[in-house]
Design a protein around this ligand. Structure first.
Ligand code: SF4
Length: 375
């Protein structure tokens, strides 16, 4: 045991955290899933995978990751790619600021060190979009440093192991757990230890429902397993309910093209493409009035479909109307792009919230040779 025990992890029910290291490493080496970012631990590959995995399931990430690495295999390639193409590679993953921050950070790395990845925890933390968790993951997995990467998975595992009564949303709890883990990081196996904790949280000590204690290498040490209290941990304050907002999506069609525009910078999906989306649940008559304000009119307006889209703090109740326009109009300030089906498919990064309405456009098969150039 180390000299300076953590008050949380060493004194709670007497668990010595060091005891988890050997069984966890042995289990990980035997049971770890084969994942493309584990093929080699190049820091660029680890970094991209960790950013993609934030808020996103492994199954979803794998094909995105492989496509991303095939197109952008290096920091330099990421720094140089056009933002529009980068966002297209990210289309459907959500939280698009992650992609923009990746590129900002890649440009910093190229500018400041000619593309050589920074190798210290502090330098990693200074990169855009890289917080303590991601920096810890890169530092330990790619550089073998004894720096923990503590996310929700790890907090859950440690809370159950120790029957920690404190709310894991408290920054002090995360800090204490990070400090305690740092004391037991095994020299020469730091990357595997980080990944073993992540893996256990992802596939055994799962968040919803009962954890799979029967296949857990730590069950002999686990206080929650011993007392049958697994579902009482981690302690978490109830989240605020999401705010519901109604939106009307206009599927404006004209001559086999559809109108898209960029959303304002800042705010939800800031700067990304959308089918024109208006606040509120508008009627067909209100849509016609809106079109008139834009100096346009519709040959036909019909309700197409409704969908709900859930963000972290907000949910949108979206109703889409298909609007046939006799002319490809532009509102006063411009901003509409009348895109061909090919452009919608291949060039325009439409977030999932809007992409799901594409089929309801009823556009012809992508045959048109050219549309308006995408800015
Ligand atoms: Fe989680 Fe169960 Fe393992 Fe405890 S024994 S760490 S509750 S999976």
């Amino acid at each position: 045991m180390k000299d300076q025990p953590s008050p949380v992890l060493y004194d709670t029910n007497g668990l010595c955290l060091e005891e988890i290291v050997a069984p966890l490493l042995a289990w990980y080496r035997q049971s770890a899933r084969i994942l493309p970012w584990r093929e080699n631990t190049d820091p660029y590959r680890v970094w991209v995978s960790e950013i993609m995995l934030q808020q996103t399931r492994v199954d979803t990430v794998v094909p995105y990751y492989e496509r991303f690495m095939a197109r952008l295999p290096s920091v330099q390639a990421l720094a140089e790619v056009r933002e529009e193409e980068l966002l297209k590679l990210w289309e459907g993953l959500g939280y698009y600021s992650r992609a923009r921050n990746l590129q900002k950070a890649a440009r910093c790395i190229c500018k400041e060190s000619g593309g050589a990845f920074p190798g210290s925890y502090e330098q990693l933390c200074s990169l855009p979009g890289v917080g303590p968790y991601t920096a810890g993951a890169i530092a330990s997995i790619a550089f073998g440093l004894p720096v923990p990467a503590v996310d929700g998975n790890v907090l859950r595992v440690l809370s159950r192991l120790t029957e920690n009564p404190r709310d894991i949303a408290e920054p002090a709890v995360k800090k204490q757990m990070t400090a305690a883990l740092a004391q037991v990081y095994p020299a020469g196996h730091c990357g595997d230890f980080t990944q073993s904790l992540m893996e256990l949280g992802a596939v055994v000590c799962v968040p919803n429902g009962l954890p799979k204690c029967g296949s857990c290498p730590l069950r002999q040490l686990c206080r929650a397993f011993r007392h049958g209290t697994q579902t009482e941990y981690p302690v978490q304050t109830k989240k605020q309910p999401r705010r519901a907002e109604q939106k009307t999506v206009l599927l404006l069609c004209c001559g086999g093209r559809a109108a898209v525009r960029k959303r304002p910078q800042g705010g939800l999906l800031g700067g990304l493409w959308e089918f024109p989306c208006l606040d509120g649940a508008l009627s067909a008559a209100e849509i016609a009035a809106w079109l008139e304000q834009q100096g346009a009119h519709a040959a036909h307006i019909e309700r197409a479909l409704s969908r709900k889209h859930i963000f972290t703090h907000v949910e949108w109740d979206m109703t889409a109307y298909r609007v046939s326009c006799p002319h490809a109009f532009q509102p006063d300030g411009g901003g509409l792009v009348w895109a061909t089906p090919e452009q919608l498919a291949d060039e325009i990064a439409l977030p999932t919230a809007f992409r799901r309405f594409t089929r309801a456009l009823g556009l012809p098969s992508p045959q048109a040779p050219e549309g308006q150039k995408i800015p």
